[in-house]
Design a protein around this ligand. Structure first.
Ligand code: DLL
Length: 433
């Protein structure tokens, strides 16, 4: 596989050498948080630990976990490891209710983040020849500015669109000749549909790559987007507490996202809080090795995935994480069956005749949970008879039963009738809550 690396030394570093670097960086970060963040000093003291007990990655399991609640308890700046005068940027997690979790960045952090996003751009073969349309939201959300700085770092021309205003997005995409698009996968699909609806032919669009993330999506959704836009669609992962987009990104092998392990130590943790071997699904947990504004020890993301260190054809040596299967707090329990919205997406996209626009409504009748899956018909199905549509409904139910193990009622909706997202899609209404 033909690949150009942004930072070949780091991206292809032999794993033994990477481990030596991680050991060194881990010792340094533990010392720093012990000295400058009272929360971590107390947590370590409770465990009878001092920084000299941590010799390297082999001692990682001795360290305490950090939960989102810890960030909330120390809202807004209580976990910062530097004086406020050193902080040049503040971001906060998405979420509309309650206090957000806040992250502070020093100029060094912003520089390292841009470098990691530049690596991500190169993973998608995006370079100074490219025109990058950033349709992630700009603001407290890290998507817009994260992608922006990375695209600028590789010398691309950036169109800082932010999210929304679909008609204008399409006009400028065409007029400016955007070759790369950064947004959520659900918004990419909306843009693709709007192109189709507007009768804009794909020859007028120069897109070749999409860098999509910030929400769970399936392999089937990738194929749909690639087919509709004629692009390579790559998955990018990140979270504001740890950095923002670019913690991990797929290369053109499209087989898992490389986690930049010179900056982050990743583990997956099981229900008993034990670190698991590669290959086992668990709660993705990060220790930041180089962050200076707000370093984190063993931060529990609650994103479920597995890790692999199998060699990748692209030549990068950093471990890969699988797609996020769901978050522990996204999991729906329907009559005792655990199901993630992404399993429902997977089941739906096995069936021909519908579009990947769907919404899940969970309710309770008496003591019984009910689940309705609303999904849009493909325009080509609109002329079908009632009997054909009933047959389609049945097919979807069977697919849901076999792929997601749920018995759901299915509501077929008119094309374009379900709400569209401009950022992260909201897939579920749970009326039981
Ligand atoms: O979503 C950062 C980001 C921006 C990532 C743009 C990628 C692209 P938060 O708003 O803090 O940050 O949300 C983080 O989003 O814990 C996951 O649950 C979810 N998430 C992010 N990327 C992916 C992905 C940004 N590729 C939370 N697949 C994370 C699945 C994702 N879920």
């Amino acid at each position: 596989m033909q690949q150009t690396y942004w930072n070949p030394t780091m991206e292809t570093m032999p794993r033994e050498q990477l481990r030596v670097l991680q050991d060194e960086r881990l010792r340094a970060i533990v010392r720093r948080v012990y000295e400058s963040v009272p929360f971590y000093r107390h947590k370590m003291q409770e465990r009878g630990l001092t920084p000299t007990d941590i010799h390297g990655v082999c001692d990682l399991e001795l360290l305490p976990f950090t939960e989102k609640q810890d960030l909330r308890d120390h809202y807004p700046f209580g976990l910062f490891a530097v004086p406020q005068t050193e902080i040049v940027r503040i971001h906060a997690s998405s979420g509309t209710t309650g206090k957000p979790s806040v992250a502070g960045y020093t100029s060094g952090d912003v520089d390292r983040w841009s470098e990691m996003m530049a690596r991500a751009m190169y993973c998608g073969s995006i370079n100074k020849q490219d025109i990058v349309q950033v349709a992630y939201g700009y603001g407290l959300f890290t998507g817009g500015l994260g992608a922006h700085y990375g695209a600028e770092r590789v010398g691309a021309s950036v169109i800082p669109m932010s999210g929304g205003n679909t008609a204008r997005q399409l006009m400028l995409m065409e007029d400016f000749g955007a070759t790369a698009l950064c947004c959520t996968p659900s918004y990419a699909l909306n843009l693709a549909d709007a192109l189709e609806r507007g009768g804009i032919s794909l020859d007028r669009i120069k897109l070749k790559t999409g860098i999509f993330g910030a929400e769970p999506w399936t392999e089937e959704m990738r194929l749909k987007i690639e087919e509709k836009l004629h692009i390579d669609a790559l998955n990018i992962y990140g979270l504001s507490e740890v950095m923002g987009p670019g913690v991990a990104i797929e290369c053109m092998a499209k087989n898992g996202m490389h986690i930049w392990e010179d900056h982050f130590l990743a583990e997956t943790i099981d229900e008993n809080d034990k670190s698991q071997p590669y290959g086992e699904r668990g709660d993705l947990t990060f220790t930041t090795l180089t962050k200076s504004g707000m370093p984190l020890l063993r931060y529990r993301t609650h994103d479920l995935c597995n890790l692999t260190d199998e060699p990748c054809p692209c030549g990068r040596t950093h471990v890969r994480m699988s797609r996020v299967m769901g978050r522990t707090d996204d999991m729906l329990i329907i009559r005792g069956v655990n199901v993630f919205p992404s399993q429902i997406e997977h089941a739906l996209l096995q069936v021909q005749g519908i579009e990947p626009h769907y919404h899940i409504v969970v309710d309770r009748q008496g003591s019984l949970d009910t689940i309705e899956v609303q999904v849009e018909l493909a325009t080509s199905m609109m002329s079908d008879t009632v009997r054909d549509l009933e047959a389609l409904e049945k097919k979807i139910q069977i697919s849901l039963a076999s792929h997601a193990l749920i018995s759901a009622s299915v509501k077929l909706c008119q094309p374009g009738s379900l709400g569209r997202s401009e950022g992260k899609a909201v897939r579920v209404t749970d009326k039981r809550k």
